[in-house]
Design a protein around this ligand. Structure first.
Ligand code: CO
Length: 435
């Protein structure tokens, strides 16, 4: 089951070279399981026991399950669909020295530069295509080895192994072809969509790593793939939602775009998206504003984004007592300054859920001398405020285009998330009750 789950995850990630593909792939999975698509621009009609999803801006998705019985709260899992990459700029072609054609790109998010060199890359994303008076967004994926960012030979930079400062505009420009490739990039995109280049009026295109995911290690205990942060958690949350909910909770699965650039977009975790969806669910079920506030106040969120495993060569980067390892189960993240939302109550709830699911769990805190990253939970809580725990799966090489994680952990996370959706969490005078 560990290996099958990992292989399924690797295949899913391969189908998701960009956030647009992630939203589309998750939509396909949901449709295959009977979920109904809702458009934010249409009126919604929701039924008890119904399963629905909506997509904003082609890249963020919220799916939910309405309980058969009276709804009492929202139980939400949030993750993200985007990963650090390079975005193709407008006027994308660069002619170099009369003999090379390159693509002008800029950074999206904070990535490790070095692993982007000397490996086959391609381009994917979306293009807006004109047809009559319609402008339609279409998925793009040039599904072949297309580009390479070549390193400088050691002979020309003898000090490179002492440390090198990368300049993205100089160093991180992918080579598309020789001089004959000039003027060909737009045509390539147009051909893949079977439209005329003149009818492509806009693009959001990103580079992606072509190296397929693989399971490795002495006993197959590890696997590596692009975009594990955060498609591993996104995949787990969707699988858990498919498995069912409980009698009284609206179970919600959010996969937000733009986490890697601060979430402050119309479709990010810092937008109105989640609040808009939850208030609509509430009013479509004929409930009052006060009932909405009660459902949020008694709600619970898991903010699921991957965590750093202890690095075998950099033991001192990890906290001395909170040391996550791959294959040791979901990680609960703590931070005194509340970059992670977990507190005594929400941490205790998630620990109990793992115990109920029969999976191990572990804890993460930043080494106090090394500031950590941020994630979705605290940002989302500024819009919809409810008890939240920050969790994730332990991985190495976060924000490399090829990351490493544990073969057992996706399965563990699915079990814990299933337990979350299938358990109604309520807050009473005496405390928090799980049943
Ligand atoms: Co992340």
């Amino acid at each position: 089951m560990f290996e099958t789950t990992t292989r399924n995850l690797i295949r899913f990630i391969q189908d998701c070279p960009t956030c647009y593909h992630a939203a589309a792939a998750i939509s396909d999975i949901l449709e295959a399981h009977g979920f109904t698509r809702l458009r934010e621009t249409d009126a919604w009609k929701l039924e008890p026991g119904g399963t629905y999803y909506t997509v904003r801006s082609d890249s963020s998705l919220i799916a939910f399950r309405i309980p058969e019985s009276e709804m009492k709260n929202f139980q939400i899992i949030a993750s993200h669909s985007d990963s650090p990459s390079f975005k193709v700029k407008e006027n994308e072609e660069l002619s170099v020295d009369g003999h090379y054609t390159e693509l002008n790109v800029e950074k999206y998010g904070g990535m490790l530069f070095a692993p982007w060199f000397d490996r086959p890359l391609s381009v994917a994303g979306r293009a807006v295509v004109r047809s009559g008076n319609m402008l339609a967004a279409r998925l793009v994926n040039i599904d072949r080895d297309l580009l390479m960012i070549p390193n400088v030979a050691i002979h020309m930079n003898r000090e490179v192994n002492e440390g090198y400062k990368y300049h993205p505009q100089k160093d991180m420009i992918p080579l598309l072809g020789d001089e004959t490739a000039k003027g060909g990039f737009r045509k390539l995109i147009a051909e893949s969509l079977q439209v005329s280049p003149d009818d492509i009026l806009g693009t959001d295109l990103f580079l992606y790593n072509r190296v397929p995911g693989t399971i490795w290690g002495a006993a197959g205990e590890y696997f590596s793939s692009a975009r594990l942060d955060d498609l591993q958690c996104a995949y787990a949350s969707v699988q858990a939602l498919l498995a069912g909910g409980n009698e009284h909770s609206v179970c919600v699965c959010c996969v937000f775009d733009n986490e890697e650039v601060g979430s402050t977009t119309k479709q990010g975790a810092d937008s109105s998206f989640l609040q808009d969806v939850l208030t609509r669910i509430n009013s479509c079920l004929g409930r009052t504003q006060e009932q909405y506030q009660m459902a949020v106040a008694s709600g619970f969120m898991l903010s699921a984004d991957n965590a750093h495993a202890v690095h075998p060569h950099h033991l001192d980067k990890a906290d001395p007592t909170n040391r996550p390892y791959m294959n040791h189960g979901p990680v609960i993240k703590f931070n005194a300054n509340q970059k992670y939302t977990t507190d005594a109550v929400s941490g205790a709830v998630f620990r109990s859920l793992c115990e109920m699911a029969g999976v191990p769990c572990q804890t993460y805190a930043n080494h106090s001398d090394i500031p950590g990253g941020s994630t979705l939970g605290n940002i989302s809580n500024a819009h919809v405020s409810l008890n939240t725990a920050d969790i994730g799966l332990a991985q190495l090489a976060m924000h490399s285009p090829y990351e490493t994680a544990g073969t057992k952990d996706t399965w563990y996370m699915i079990q814990a998330m299933q337990a979350f959706y299938q358990t109604h969490i309520s807050f009473t005078e005496k405390g928090c009750c799980l049943n």
